[in-house]
Design a protein around this ligand. Structure first.
Ligand code: HEC
Ligand code: HEC
Ligand code: HEC
Ligand code: HEC
Ligand code: HEC
Ligand code: HEC
Length: 433
């Protein structure tokens, strides 16, 4: 039989394999670089691998992304190029305590405060380095955004992704790595098949050139390419098996980690009710419909009667409005699909946050007044709750109850803000019975 001892073939194969691995490994590294930063900062520090920028990206994501994006206005202004608008020392004192700056009469601070209807940005107990790294991140990201405008979040859906909570990161990473492995395996498989075909053809050509072949050999050389050999090949079987396992693991991981992580959840509602139209364009107060949100634990969903305050007159003929009439006639409530839902083991109280804590609905629910259909803006994980409690200064002014506590706190932690957690807001029993 024929034994292949072609010396020309090996260098050729070696070059082929080498070039393939170079291409592949650079591809894989590129993937990992963006994966490790949770997609939010994809591309920001690629190449540079700058630790400072990465730290800034993480800080931004945890502290700022609920209110700020780079290229669009959320609760606060878009922060693209903000490092050009204000000098670094200004930014540091602004982020640390914006209301102090407004009170001190700083022109730029008062201007932006008034522009945003005197909404207060929370204070952040961050160090100079930490704030500098956030600004650095904004700088790098602004530059990338300028060169690659397609990478900017253009629609509302992009917003929740940008605030992926701490709880989501682990699952996201694991499954992203699996995606990389999966792509790699498929690429290897394809390349293997191609290489095998090339080798076979080269060998055939080589053999045909030889004069001393007998009948059997010739038959073998002229044999048509047989796919069943490819299926039966051990290497191909192993790789196909691996791909199968990776796909299954991937699905399993997303299923288990994904429980309770409903960020971005946007169910279809039975009536095409739009917050953009009602709360946005017509500026109806949230409180007009969600009447208990400042008073009690839960924010209620309005009954059909509240809709009728207006729709007994407005748009009576619209088929969507007819659905409200039908509900009332049949004495059946409208079956709104619940968007936000904490598990029973956690205790959350609206009035404690909206009335006592003075937190805007948008901080947790995002720009509801721009949503045609409501989606879950925040991750609603334990990490998300606790992060805010660690950062959010408690409004203790004019409340005698706190005076003593604040004094003790200030003596122990010089300069650090008196946050919700300073008052025990990260104790398990506060949120779990
Ligand atoms: C709860 C919402 C909220 C959070 C969280 C938040 N901001 Fe703001 N930010 C605002 C609002 C609102 C304004 C507009 C000024 C005002 O009304 O006080 C603002 C203004 C700013 C400005 C001035 C922008 C300009 O155009 O002059 C900067 C800079 C800024 N924020 C940076 C940050 C950084 C950095 C973080 C994270 C450490 C952060 N903000 C977190 C709401 C927020
Ligand atoms: C005209 C009445 C009306 C006004 C005004 C209104 N809402 Fe709603 N809201 C509803 C109705 C009806 C639903 C249930 C249907 C849906 O999810 O769209 C709802 C649902 C919601 C939900 C999701 C509830 C869930 O299922 O988890 C949130 C969050 C919310 N509103 C916040 C707000 C905020 C914030 C404002 C003010 C900016 C506001 N709403 C103003 C009527 C109103
Ligand atoms: C304070 C007044 C007010 C209340 C309360 C109110 N709406 Fe409306 N609604 C409006 C106005 C104004 C429009 C816009 C009418 C127009 O476009 O001409 C509108 C439009 C709509 C439309 C779009 C109708 C169409 O075919 O264009 C729907 C659907 C709707 N409302 C549902 C509801 C539901 C459901 C509720 C109760 C949860 C409700 N509205 C409560 C004032 C109200
Ligand atoms: C500190 C964060 C936070 C703030 C601020 C906040 N919410 Fe919520 N909201 C939540 C959470 C968490 C849930 C889910 C509660 C649950 O499942 O028990 C929720 C649920 C809701 C629901 C569904 C009904 C319910 O009570 O479960 C509505 C409606 C709602 N919020 C409206 C509002 C409105 C209107 C405001 C502003 C006046 C507001 N929220 C402010 C965190 C917040
Ligand atoms: C955007 C910031 C923010 C988020 C997010 C947030 N909280 Fe809070 N929370 C506060 C503030 C501020 C207070 C303090 C209110 C006060 O007493 O002045 C508070 C107080 C509390 C308290 C009372 C603590 C005490 O010492 O009595 C509980 C319980 C609580 N939050 C639960 C939750 C849960 C559960 C979540 C997540 C589902 C959550 N919070 C998310 C800001 C937040
Ligand atoms: C500020 C509020 C808050 C505090 C403080 C808090 N938790 Fe939670 N915890 C939550 C919320 C909200 C959830 C549900 C989140 C989810 O489903 O992802 C939760 C979920 C859990 C779960 C279930 C996890 C799961 O995946 O189902 C456990 C266990 C838990 N917490 C333990 C603790 C312990 C132990 C402490 C004290 C060290 C603590 N929690 C402090 C809000 C809090």
């Amino acid at each position: 039989m024929i034994s292949c001892k072609s010396n020309k073939l090996y260098p050729f194969l070696l070059t082929l394999l080498l070039s393939f691995f170079t291409v592949f490994s650079s591809f894989a590294q590129g993937e990992e670089a963006s994966v490790s930063k949770d997609g939010v900062t994809a591309g920001a520090a690629s190449g540079a691998g700058d630790a400072q920028v990465q730290a800034g990206a993480a800080l931004f994501k945890n502290n700022c992304a609920s209110c700020h994006a780079l290229n669009e206005k959320l609760v606060g202004p878009a922060l693209k190029d903000v490092h050009k608008k204000h000098p670094l020392p200004w930014l540091i004192s602004w982020i640390r305590n914006s209301s102090k700056m407004v009170q001190s009469g700083d022109k730029a601070a008062v201007a932006i405060f008034n522009e945003y209807d005197k909404q207060q940005m929370p204070s952040f107990a961050l160090s100079d380095e930490e704030i500098t790294s956030i600004v650095k991140y904004i700088e790098v990201e602004s530059a990338t955004a300028a060169t690659a405008p397609t990478g900017t979040p253009a629609n509302d859906q992009a917003a929740p992704a940008a605030t992926d909570g701490p709880g989501g990161a682990g699952a996201g990473d694991a499954s992203n790595y699996l995606h990389v492995i999966l792509i790699a395996l498929i690429v290897i498989l394809i390349v293997m098949v191609i290489v095998l075909l090339i080798i076979a053809n080269l060998m055939k050509d080589y053999l045909r050139g030889k004069k001393d072949l007998d009948g059997n050999d010739l038959e073998l050389v002229d044999q048509r390419f047989d796919f069943s050999k490819v299926y039966k090949s051990r290497a191909v079987q192993v790789i196909v098996g691996l791909i199968f396992v990776v796909v299954l693991t991937d699905i399993a991981i997303e299923e288990t980690y994904g429980v309770g992580l409903q960020q971005g959840y946007q169910p279809r509602q039975p009536i095409a009710f739009s917050h953009k139209l009602h709360a946005g364009e017509h500026q109806i107060d949230c409180n007009y419909c969600h009447t208990s949100v400042y008073k009690s634990r839960s924010a209620n969903i309005p009954s059909a009667n509240i809709c009728m305050n207006c729709h007994s007159q407005i748009k009576k003929e619209s088929p969507e409005i007819r659905k409200i009439y039908t509900a009332i006639e049949k004495n059946r409530p409208i079956e709104w699909v619940r968007v936000h839902n904490l598990p029973d083991l956690a205790y959350f109280n609206h009035s404690q946050h909206t009335k006592v804590g003075g937190i805007e609905c948008q901080t947790c629910h995002g720009p509801i007044e721009t949503m045609d259909v409501v989606y879950q803006f925040s991750p609603l994980t334990m990490g998300w709750c606790i992060n805010c409690h660690r950062e959010q200064p408690l409004n203790t002014e004019g409340n005698k109850y706190y005076d003593n506590l604040v004094k003790i706190h200030d003596e122990v932690n010089k300069g650090a803000a008196f946050t919700v957690s300073s008052n025990g807001g990260t104790e398990c029993s506060k949120c779990h019975y």
